[in-house]
Write a protein that binds this ligand. Structure first.
Ligand code: ZN
Ligand code: ZN
Ligand code: ZN
Length: 248
């Protein structure tokens, strides 16, 4: 199914954009490498180049289905037929983060972090997946190592994945695993970032850096370790706090 790219931006027109990009290339050739002199030596080309760049931007920027605005962080449905800013992402729908511009194939291109990781989102759960040969609508992402990081609370807290979950993720069950986690999270289940044990919200003993969440035993151990660091001078040279507590 071919999607009309105007759903991403009403002003998008592949031919016009291609012409503009050609023009941009020519202007850059004329201006050459003397950028700091360009405004004086090639005032006309300089002015036109700025216009062309702005025109390409305004025609290619992806706009939110709900508010029509462009944002740096944009999310698309897996079919790439709808895009949202992070303020207007719908609940109960699997989404993938996309770059903020329409790609060369007239569709949004997945946003890639690190070694080809893509970012999936389902409600409050975010999964960084480095999938091997995984593609969305024919958009090849990467042949990576298959590493997964999971976050909840819009990425503020880590969700330690169990080996069994990682196995399923590797077999492509990303949505299934994410929906399960979102359901648990909503029901008040929390998972210790130290040992992976699940607990009720009221059983959470502490929140270690960074983005951690601990059961009673792991928090005790964390506090002892921090105390040990304080005693033995394993402290940050910037803030003076034990390494465990340092944000620097
Ligand atoms: Zn929006
Ligand atoms: Zn624990
Ligand atoms: Zn510090």
């Amino acid at each position: 199914m071919r999607i009309d790219p105007k759903v991403y931006n009403r002003r998008y027109d592949r031919r016009i954009v291609q012409d503009l990009k050609e023009e941009e290339k020519k202007l850059r050739c004329v201006i050459g490498s003397g950028w700091y002199r360009a405004e004086v030596e090639h005032p006309k080309e300089w002015e036109r180049l700025r216009q062309v760049i702005a025109e390409i931007k305004s025609r290619c920027e992806i706009e939110c289905e709900v508010c029509g605005k462009h944002a740096y962080e944009m999310w698309a449905t897996l079919g790439l037929d709808k895009v949202y800013c992070s303020e207007h992402v719908p609940r109960g729908v699997m989404l993938i983060r996309v770059q903020d511009r329409i790609g060369g194939n007239d569709v949004p291109v997945p946003y890639v972090v690190g070694n080809g990781s893509v970012e999936f989102r389902y409600d409050d759960v975010i999964m960084w997946a480095e999938p091997s040969m995984y593609g969305v609508n024919g958009q090849m992402v990467s042949a990576g190592y298959m590493v997964y990081f999971c976050w909840v609370e819009h990425g503020r807290r880590i969700w330690k994945l169990w080996e069994s979950e990682v196995d399923r993720l590797r077999r492509g069950k990303i949505e299934e695993v994410m929906v399960e986690i979102a359901t648990k999270w909503k029901a008040g289940v929390r998972r210790c970032s130290g040992c992976g044990k699940e607990m009720k919200l009221e059983e959470v003993a502490g929140y270690p850096l960074f983005a951690g969440i601990n059961c009673h035993e792991c928090w005790e151990r964390h506090c002892e370790e921090t105390e040990e660091q304080r005693r033995t001078g394993k402290v940050c040279s910037m803030c003076g706090k034990p390494w465990n507590d340092c944000y620097c």
